[in-house]
Design a protein around this ligand. Structure first.
Ligand code: M6R
Length: 626
């Protein structure tokens, strides 16, 4: 969702800020804006609805020289996308500017209160109240005889924050205080980047990687004061906070396209490496290099599965599909009964939880509002929490206590791909560890499973070699108006993730069905305009699936199967128009491979249709508001 950038230092701020906004584009936005404090003391504000290029065009003749500024990409919540509703928002005098990510829930009451004090509003946004509220308290602060100049803006922002309900990451600058940017966060991410006599602010690390890898993560209810020669953190009670500087390992290139036309295609191709990075450091090996055991303890994750009575997995979107596969893995390997709850439902369902419960919370970004709310609820009920996330320093990572990181590297495309398969790796490792600790898997089977997992990165490389065949198939099928994905057992969850990918970037009405459910209703939808994709990796159920495929093809549907090379490929070639065959692995690990052709299919359909797969309409990468 919205992206925030800030800069104070010695360089011209505008190019630094625009480059940062480019790096935040993946979060999703519909307008952009920038405010730069010019050497003549003016706050120069420029905003434009649409792509960043529209703003850049407008800035061509703006001659911005200032070395302090804030900028924003907006994803509309209150007020339509328009120039006026874009951020930064200013006060009536035009000397205070604010950018904001989140939602001010009580903005209507504050707006009325300010209007009664003769404040005139320009936009329909909730954010504008912050600019006027800060101005109101600036006037109060300035009338205090004891106040030091350097504290005036900070105090005014602090007081304004105390009136706000809702969520925010925000940055404020003012031409009255030309040596400071004040930033604050509550429930939305914000990072301060530390340079040499220059400081950066952003919603996410890739926006500053080009300049620095030393960062301070703001936590909820904290403010940052950025000056030209230092940056300091404070609580809303004005206590100075000493935060350890975090060093970011991601290299700047990881957030670039590296020759690929889109981040999504790059990230699909990065899966063998992402899976290996997430898996292999956690495998303990014998002298011959064969995997022997799983070593989470090195990572500070100590789980006593013998004393856990119930596991609940919770997440949203793609991460929820990974969680559903995780549920299957725990049941299959560890014979543990596990629930999977969509986080946006779980947070409101008054769940029965206690100390014997383990809640595993899965989130690529670690910032999804519903997922964080679910985690906080489970924590408040005394459950043990384990987070699986890709982002070091994310809110989820900091609050969960125990974290198992996916080492997928930054995922920029809105449609999640490498994060999904890396999340699966963590979940399989946990399920196998639980199986071993609970004594339900003998050591031969345990080692065989680890051995099979260890070979997955090479299997994914082979799966990627279907790329051209998938591309040709997508060229023929991309404009089908209905695409149904069906499968049984592990394939059903993969079907759900496959359907989501196609919805997100090709805008196709695609649905996933448990193949056995077809006859209970969905088959009424099948006609000769339908494509059915059969996920066919569960060997014991091949015959059933073949019958399901016949049922849909006899009603005019086109069909494709994703299955194993060899006998399975021959079997499904007899009933389907097309088959994508994968190198065989055990049934339970199939989603790690079978999702690959489905990801490629969604990608190439979107390309055929002329959609930008990296920036699907209406979607944001990180859903930080409810
Ligand atoms: O960052 P998270 O994993 O918590 O995000 C959850 C969902 O918003 C996310 O997976 C979304 O569904 C993706 N766009 C799917 O491709």
């Amino acid at each position: 969702m919205c992206g925030i950038a800030g800069y104070i230092g010695y360089k011209a701020a505008a190019p630094v800020l625009l480059a940062a906004l480019r790096k935040l584009e993946y979060r999703g936005y519909d307008s952009a804006g920038i405010a730069v404090l010019e050497p003549d003391g003016r706050l120069s504000v420029h905003k434009a609805k649409g792509e960043l290029s529209v703003l850049e065009k407008r800035l061509k003749n703006a001659s911005l020289f200032g070395t302090l500024g804030i900028a924003h990409t907006r994803w509309a919540t209150h007020g339509e996308p328009s120039d006026i509703n874009s951020h930064p928002h200013t006060n009536m005098e035009g000397n205070v500017a604010v950018v904001h990510n989140g939602i001010i829930e009580n903005y209507a009451a504050i707006k009325l209160w300010l209007e009664n004090r003769n404040v005139k509003f320009q936009s329909d946004t909730d954010t504008e109240v912050i600019a006027h509220l800060v101005t109101y308290y600036l006037k109060e602060e300035e009338s205090r005889p004891d106040i030091k100049d350097e504290n005036v803006l900070f105090n005014a922002v602090r007081t304004a924050l105390s009136k706000l309900e809702g969520s925010y990451a925000l940055a404020v600058c003012s031409s009255l205080f030309p040596e400071q940017i004040i930033a604050a966060r509550k429930d939305c991410p914000l990072v301060v980047g530390l340079g040499q006599n220059e400081y950066f602010l952003a919603s996410d690390i890739p926006a500053m990687l080009e300049h620095t890898r030393e960062v301070l993560f703001l936590e909820d209810n904290e403010l940052a004061v950025l000056c030209r020669n230092n940056a300091a953190l404070y609580s809303t009670d004005n206590d100075r906070i000493e935060r350890k500087v975090s060093h970011v390992e991601w290299d700047a290139g990881a957030a670039e396209k590296s020759g690929y036309p889109h981040f999504m295609l790059k990230e699909i191709h990065e899966q063998p490496g992402a899976i290996a990075n997430t898996l292999r450091p956690r495998l303990c090996r014998d002298a011959a290099g064969a995997p022997l055991d799983i070593g989470f303890e090195d990572y500070g994750v100590k789980l006593d599965f013998a004393n856990i009575e119930r596991i609940t997995l919770t997440a949203c979107g793609t991460a929820a599909h990974a969680a559903l596969i995780g549920k299957g893995a725990f049941e299959y390997f560890a014979r543990l009964s596990v629930a999977m709850e969509i986080a946006s439902e779980f947070r409101y369902c008054n769940p029965v939880l206690g100390e014997k419960d383990l809640v595993i919370v899965v989130s690529q970004s670690g910032e999804t509002a519903d997922t964080l709310a679910a985690m906080r609820l489970a924590k408040s009920r005394g459950a043990k929490i384990l987070a699986i996330t890709n982002v070091v320093g994310s809110t989820l990572a900091r609050e969960a206590g125990s974290v198992l990181y996916t080492y997928a590297g930054p995922e920029i495309a809105v449609a999640s791909t490498k994060a999904f398969t890396s999340q699966l790796v963590c979940l399989y490792l946990l399920a196998l560890k639980a199986a071993k600790e609970r004594g339900v898997m003998d050591s031969d089977n345990f080692r065989a499973a680890l051995n099979a997992l260890d070979k997955i990165p090479e299997g994914v490389k082979t799966a990627l070699s279907a790329l051209e065949a998938v591309q040709r198939f997508a060229a023929r099928q991309y404009n089908k108006n209905k695409v149904f994905f069906m499968g049984r057992q592990f394939d059903y969850a993969t079907a759900m993730e496959s359907a989501l990918k196609l919805k997100e970037i090709n805008y196709t009405h695609s649905e996933a069905f448990a193949a056995g459910e077809l006859k209970h209703g969905p088959i009424a939808l099948v006609d000769n305009g339908t494509l059915v994709v059969a996920l066919a990796t569960q060997r014991a159920l091949f015959d059933k699936l073949v019958s399901n495929i016949r049922e849909v093809t006899s009603r005019g549907a086109a069909s494709v199967a994703i299955t194993w090379q060899g006998e399975a490929e021959k079997l499904f070639s007899k009933v389907c128009d097309e088959v994508f065959a994968l190198p065989p692995v055990p049934d339970a690990f199939s989603p790690l491979l079978s999702i690959v052709p489905a990801q490629l299919f969604a990608y190439y359909c979107a390309i055929q249709r002329g959609n930008n797969p990296d920036k699907p309409r209406n979607l944001a990468k990180s859903v930080t508001v409810e």
